[in-house]
Design a protein. Sequence first.
Length: 294
Amino acid sequence: MYTSMKDMLLHARDHQYAVMAVNVVNMEQVKACIESAVEEHSAVILNISPRQMIAHAYPQIMAPMVKHMAEQVCVPIALNIDHGVNMEDITQAIRCGYSSVMIDASSYDFEENIRRVSAVASLAHAKGISVEAELGHVGTAADGDGLNTDYYTDVAQAKEFVWRTGCDCLAVAIGTAHGSYPKNRIPRLDFDRLKELKSALTVPLVLHGGSGAGAENISKAVACGINKINVCTDLMNHAKESLLRTLKEDPDIQYMELNEALEESMKGFIKSYMRLIGSSGQYSFDAHTGPELD
């Protein structure tokens, strides 16, 4: 079923697990995510960033495709714009049929962040679309931003921010960063801060920069209150390595068969991650009577 993020993340909050939010840029990745969700009886969120919307995943094509696939299955599927900064990108996503949007105004000061998120929330909520915001700043791993505690989310500000904006979930900064971390470095997360945020807020909490954070950190983050985890770099790297390995093992493989092999490999990664964060088995249905993904 095609839905916003709101209800699935509230379910995750109430049942103490997290939903995987996967950046996708083509049909194979969309199919891998949705089929994995069906097979794991899990919800899943499909993320597309503005950069990806321009380079690969055109929203006027991706949104109808995702919506059609989602309507064929019995688990919740959401399509979310990831790190929407410009109002133009967000309104385009809404017009094209996204079920959720993220407005990232975290690089602005507190009051401007509130103003921008409030404006998006007013527009999106009127159309039944959920809104994610970010407070603190989840920067870039290569720049060492995850080590800068000045970027971390302030608990008192977070309470005021959620109350004044009406956002449906909040991305918090506790030590992760986007992209690939330097070799052999796993980030140290501020779990005490996360526990304080969980205690202070009722909205579901989001972890960006999940790629490369390590299974132990991810599991502990979920146990401490994270309900949505964004995964982009890890899946992209896994897909690239799988592609190269398949071509090396079978240089004469046909293009369609290559895509099928890549899709199956991505499903293995996605399903394993769903089990790690506890979303597997959260939705029960009769696969024989429910509609099949086509």
